[in-house]
Design a protein around this ligand. Sequence first.
Ligand code: FMN
Length: 370
Amino acid sequence: MSADALFQPLTIGTLASPNRIIMAPLTRARADEDNVPTAMQGVYYAQRADAGLIVSEATAVDPLGMGWYRAPGIWSDAMVAGWQGVTDAVHAAGGRIYCQLWHMGRLVLPDYIGGALPIGPSPIAGEGETMAPPPEGYAGGFLPMKPYVVPREMTQADIDQVVAAYGRGACNARKAGFDGAEIHGANGYIIDQFLQSKTNRRQDGYGGNVANRIRFLKEIIEAVIAEIEPGRVGLRVSPTSERKGMGDDNPGALTEAIGALAQHYRLAYIHLIEPIASGFMEKPDYPVMERLRAVFGGTIIQNGSFNAETAAQYIASGKADAISFGRPYIANPDLVTRFRNGTPLASANFDFAYVGEEKGYTDYPAYQDA
Ligand SMILES: Cc1cc2nc3c(=O)[nH]c(=O)nc-3n(C[C@H](O)[C@H](O)[C@H](O)COP(=O)(O)O)c2cc1C
């Protein structure tokens, strides 16, 4: 099967994309120690500017939602200025870039927030461990790992603050020159914690049935589209993922509710993580893509363990409108050209995936004919 389907132009909301190859968000931890984006990030994203759309790495909207050493934020003027350098570099290279708006909720270690407890919908800890901030005298390399903690159950005031932080993040993303924003509702972070039944045990209007569990997301969508037109706003979700202690009683019904909500607000796209093979993430036993299609009329971007061939098949058969690629983008800045020419892909050195400087970040070359 040819890869032609990948190279058909696509209108995503109000954005014209020249192809259907999307760069998935990838946290690479190359901001500075104050979470301000660096010039190195501009170089990296500009190298990948021929993607139909770049979705930035997860970008924290609030200090309380930031628990990742050298991940970027978007709550301060310095961060907006840093991001402006990145978006300028991408635009100069002819590309399009959305900001992925993020809050980690219960997955923030107290070490990142002055010893305070992180916040979450219910006092249930994430499963597993995550990277702690660097110890005294840190000289690079892998960071120590620590287990997640039991979060403090959010009050109405906490909820209102996070919703407002998303609105401010969207406003700042627009000021920083992003072409749009993606609401990060996936991968066990705060929105997902409200959506999935295993992590949301609230007794108030934000917990219990699905209509209540999507209320937090609904308020965040409203805050974001007050700043950026809905045709430039996407939503990323992973309703079948059980990583980090997630789980839902009925992911199909949850997906339909999310899709109907996104349809109601005419969001540009839903970016569904539903891997077609297990590896980095598990392939779900009961896929939900078709249920999403039935209720959502916007663009559907699917993600997870695709290659050029499987991506083209999914698009040609109408299952998805576009496919995003994560790991392949680490070592292949020219992924679009490689897919077009059928040239082999380089493999990434994961030692430098989440930590480091230019090495393993901006030094992967484009393909050269032997
Ligand atoms: C190094 C790395 C960083 C990631 N960072 C993010 C992130 O910031 N936001 C997000 O939504 N997903 C993140 N992901 C998940 C990817 O976007 C994607 O869902 C995953 O890699 C599966 O797609 P793939 O099979 O094409 O790699 C990350 C994955 C990797 C490998």
